[in-house]
Write a protein that binds this ligand. Sequence first.
Ligand SMILES: [Zn+2]
Length: 123
Amino acid sequence: MDKSWINLNNRRLPQYEEGVRQFLSFAYATKDVQEKIRCPCKRCNNVLYQSRDDVEADLLQYGFIKDYAIWMLHGEELPDSDSDEDEDEGMIDGHDINEGRENIAGADGYEFFDTQDMSRRRK
Ligand SMILES: [Zn+2]
């Protein structure tokens, strides 16, 4: 997704308005229209919750937070190596060699990865 519009200083440009619409449809892809979301405008700073119309008006009036290029507060996954981690998880299968200890080693390993995953998604 092209997000260079976030850094546009002229908020009257059609690219900027198009970007704002793009953001809103992204943020509301999994949400109800009536739901309020964190407003990523410079005034609300992703702290205040606004309705869809208010977010749109804010973004056009105050501008988008410049360093918020990855919309993780609005459902976007961080582009770190999620897939790599899945591979690592498969490699915990060391228990074939040591069947007696598989419960201890296996449980620890999976718990560690699960907690990491969940805390990342909650942010
Ligand atoms: Zn706002």
